[in-house]
Design a protein around this ligand. Sequence first.
Ligand SMILES: [Zn+2]
Length: 350
Amino acid sequence: MPRITTLVRHLEARGLKVEYVPGWSTRGSSSFNPKGVMDHWTAGSKGSTTRPSLRVVTNGRPGLPGPLCNVYLDRRGVAVIVAAGRANHAGYGSWKGYTGNTYFFGIEAEAAGPSDWTDEQREAYPKLNAALLDAIKQDDASFVCGHSEYALPRGRKIDINGYSMDNMRAQTQAVLRGQKPSTKPSGSSKPKPESKPKPKPVKKQLNSTPPDGSTVFPTDYEDLILDKDFGKITVGAFQILMEAVKIGVRYNERWDGEWRQRTIKDAMEWLQANGYYKVTQHARAGVPKGTPLKVDGGDGYWFWYELQRFLKARGFYNKTNKGVPLKLDGDPEGWTIHGFQRYINTNNGE
Ligand SMILES: [Zn+2]
């Protein structure tokens, strides 16, 4: 799906005050296929009546290219459209089976913390969720999630605590049904103390800094250059992703950028957790179709074949830049790595 350029119309139809950042309709990648909406806060300065975070959510910050959301909700409840294309806001996680920036609109509301919402924002937020669901013809508010509900591992993100997401979804559903949303605080009247610890700040991998053998993993990395090179940086970025997942995956304990048996085993388990790398897909070298595949840390034909299948199912291994269809050939050549790099980038960021 391309960028969603109908946002102004949909937001206005829900009665929102709408502004936009010039260039919004072409901002963000066109490889965008939103199925739901993810709610965030900016954790900006408290009580500000200006728009202190608008510039950063539009242009990004060092190491994380913008846009960082699709719509920014200011302190007066004005919805500022930032980008019609894919934005860097989700990072690794899962909601309704969807993973990554490709599948979610991102809303960033200007708030310093759990108790820092204005009445105007509380009134606008459910309407904004509903308007974005309208834009993708979705009338089920369960496709709205908070960043902390989505993010893996659990506790990686705390937004948007202080705003009960069950209440947010109920209010969004009410808007979708044509009822006026309540302006009452949607959480309990007293904001809940933040129970989840903030992840400790760790240094980030830049494309110029190769992995260093540390046991402390960065939480994200500068987007990989799509150079088809399966070097330390790409493997290091993949290890960061594995470290973040930790679901049914042993994950590599060292961030070393080495494509060795342990990292390959992690990759195999990760593919299995996603329904791939289970049995052979066709007969090969005397081995019949349907033979169970072993997690053995050897990156042979079947490993690369299944990785290609996995990437293809997610739209990252279809055609070369010149439009030539890519084959499932079990070959770890440039286009396989290119697709893998694109996939890793999609799961990067916030
Ligand atoms: Zn967030």
